[in-house]
Design a protein around this ligand. Structure first.
Ligand code: CP
Ligand code: NVA
Length: 314
């Protein structure tokens, strides 16, 4: 059996270089099968429970459609409707759902909630976004970069925006694992987790790439193959809107900033985007933007994650 079968999927950091390649290769294969109309019911009759404590368009649709393509089905469980919302514990929820379904996906606030769910579930648990990690997005992002650039190792990427952010953290972990340079540029007070910066720097050294932090968006964007941003106001940060819009002035990915990247750079954003805030409309709607390829690749990446973790006859 593969080392991925039966595993949880909580962060990018918990996977080896080879395991991450397996997710990507599986995504490439499944994408080709779907485009060619080849049936791929690898999870016939299996069921995925999807708990959402935050809103979602892409993650929900990718997992739900993905399970359907794989011959299984998915249940959308809003925390407003299930008993978690009335105080049933995460541990009890994990034990009960494990009696019904083959896997559980959860999108929630604190990362420790996903860890507690995984510790108490008998089936694989997939992190569909926490305040500090968004690992399924990064499998789709790496696939998108690979499709556009033909490689990952040796590329230079930057993330401009909120460094203490699920996307920044998971991208740093992904870049360090695949040998891609990644510089995060954020204003003072919005630095990435020091622990994640240290761990990804160390993994990057092993894989011949540099993971770095700066307060200068210009320094980060200089000579990049891939320019990435994300909202300044993540889900849960709504109360800080005025302060954040003020603090992030000068960090917009606009024509002047992107001019510092390589002439053949690509622009990425996990979406949803806020034109005029973290990104100028001319950039996200411009010729270098691959944001809709990136969104589509959630489907193929998530199907790969599901197949690798849940497939039984391996
Ligand atoms: N990028 C992403 O996770 O989108 P949703 O919030 O729509 O799922
Ligand atoms: N950083 C964003 C990502 C949304 C997919 C958030 O957490 O809201």
């Amino acid at each position: 059996a593969s080392t991925l079968q039966g595993r949880d999927f909580l962060t990018i950091a918990e996977f080896t270089e080879d395991e991450l390649k397996t997710f990507l290769n599986t995504a490439v294969a499944l994408k080709a099968m779907q485009k060619q109309g080849v049936p791929h019911h690898f999870l016939e009759g299996q069921t995925l429970a999807m708990i959402f404590e935050k809103a979602s368009t892409r993650t929900r649709v990718a997992f739900e459609v993905g399970m359907y393509h794989l011959g299984g089905s998915a249940l959308y469980l809003s925390s407003k409707d299930i008993q978690i919302g009335r105080g049933e514990t995460i541990a009890d929820t994990a034990k009960v759902l494990s009696r019904f379904v083959d896997g559980i996906m959860i999108r929630t606030f604190g990362h420790e909630i996903v860890e507690e769910l995984a510790a108490n579930a008998d089936v694989p648990v997939i992190n569909g976004l926490t305040d500090t990690h968004h690992p399924t997005q990064v499998i789709a992002d790496l696939l998108t970069i690979f499709e556009h650039k033909g490689k990952l190792e040796g590329l230079k990427a930057c993330f401009i925006g909120d460094g203490y952010n699920n996307m920044a953290h998971s991208l740093m972990e992904g870049a360090a694992a695949v040998g891609m340079d990644m510089t995060v540029a954020s204003p003072k007070g919005y630095e990435p987790s020091a622990a994640i910066l240290e761990a990804t720097k160390a993994r990057g050294v092993k894989n011949g790439c540099s993971i770095a932090f700066t307060n200068s968006p210009q320094e980060a964007a200089e000579g990049c193959d891939v320019v990435i941003t994300d909202t300044w106001l993540s889900m849960g940060d709504e109360d800080e809107k005025d302060r954040r819009l003020h603090d992030f002035q000068g960090f917009q990915v606009n024509d002047a900033l992107i001019a510092l990247a390589k002439p053949d750079h690509i622009f990425m954003h996990c979406l949803p985007a806020h034109r005029g805030e973290e990104v100028a409309a001319s950039v996200i709607d411009g010729a270098h933007s691959v944001v809709f390829d990136e969104a589509e690749n959630r489907l193929h990446a998530h199907k790969a994650i599901l197949k690798c973790l849940l497939e039984k006859n391996d």
